[in-house]
Ligand binder design. Structure first.
Ligand code: NAP
Length: 249
């Protein structure tokens, strides 16, 4: 489902990939529709980020995968290579400004530019009543989930402009539309990404850069394990939803 949504954002994007005709809501398309494109996906050695990297790579993009741990990067690179996907990997903690700059510079040096940026990284160090959340919790969540998404975009945009345009996709959450119980600060950070998308999209449209946001429901990954435990079973009964919006609508 999520793979389809990320692909849909990109396949309907005349800049990031060739525009593909769709009929009956299905994805049209050969696996080579993103041939020649370079895609950075953050936090892409597991879960949704890895699935997005696979989806982009299967359509011909050269994908740049990263996360904090070298061992995870090595595993993801080996997996994608075994699937015949063109891939480059490096460590990058998106909360660290030097890491962010190194990721973008390495991509430009080794892959010749950037066409697509998927901002997928997020943390959630807090479960409980929002009134019990501390300044340190807010600092961590806003730094990684919101500020780094913007700061990475700021680094990537000049390179998208050099290619004549491109595509930025933020990974938000249904929690961004309806805050989830016990996940107040995280939910607020995901709402901020909806706002960031709307704030950036009109400005970057002038440079032929589309800005989209996907908001997955609960997906079985390591990240969502905590909300799928019996103690928070109210959340585990939620259906899987996915939304995305584009500018202009
Ligand atoms: P996941 O399966 O747990 O994967 C997390 C990935 O992020 C790993 O590759 C991890 O590798 C990397 N990572 C963690 N912190 C990082 C950091 N500071 N900098 C760079 N990489 C980092 O997570 P997921 O469920 O796919 O979640 C991905 C995104 O989807 C998040 O934005 C999340 O909010 C969103 N989302 C998830 C769900 C869900 O139900 N799963 C629902 C809605 C939205 P390392 O440990 O090596 O860093």
């Amino acid at each position: 489902m999520l793979r389809c949504l990320v692909s849909r954002c990109l396949l309907t994007n005349p800049v990031a990939g060739q525009t593909r005709k769709m009929s009956g809501g299905s994805l049209a398309g050969s696996q080579s529709s993103l041939a020649g494109k370079v895609a950075i996906v953050t936090a892409s050695t597991d879960g949704i980020g890895l699935a997005a990297a696979q989806a982009l790579g299967q359509r011909g993009a050269h994908v740049v995968v990263s996360s904090r741990r070298q061992s995870n990067v090595d595993k993801a690179v080996a997996l994608l290579q075994s699937e015949k996907i063109q891939v480059t990997g490096t460590t990058c903690n998106v909360g660290n400004s030097e890491d962010r700059a190194r990721l973008v510079n390495m991509t430009v040096e080794q892959c010749g530019g950037v066409d697509i940026f998927v901002s997928n990284a997020a943390v959630n160090p807090f479960f409980g009543n929002i009134m019990d959340s501390t300044e340190a919790v807010w600092d961590k969540i806003l730094d990684v989930n919101v500020k780094s998404a913007f700061l990475m975009t700021q680094l990537v945009v000049p390179h998208l402009e050099k290619r004549g345009g491109g595509s930025v996709v933020f990974v938000s959450s249904v929690a961004g539309y309806q805050p989830m119980q016990a996940l107040g600060p995280y939910s607020v950070s995901k709402t901020a990404l909806l706002g960031l998308t709307r704030a950036l999209a009109p400005e970057l449209a002038q440079s032929h850069i589309r800005v989209n946001c996907v908001a997955p429901g609960i997906i079985k990954t390591t990240f969502s394990q905590a909300v799928r435990t019996p103690s928070l079973s109210i959340l585990s009964s939620l259906p899987v939803y996915s939304f995305h919006f584009t500018y202009p609508p």
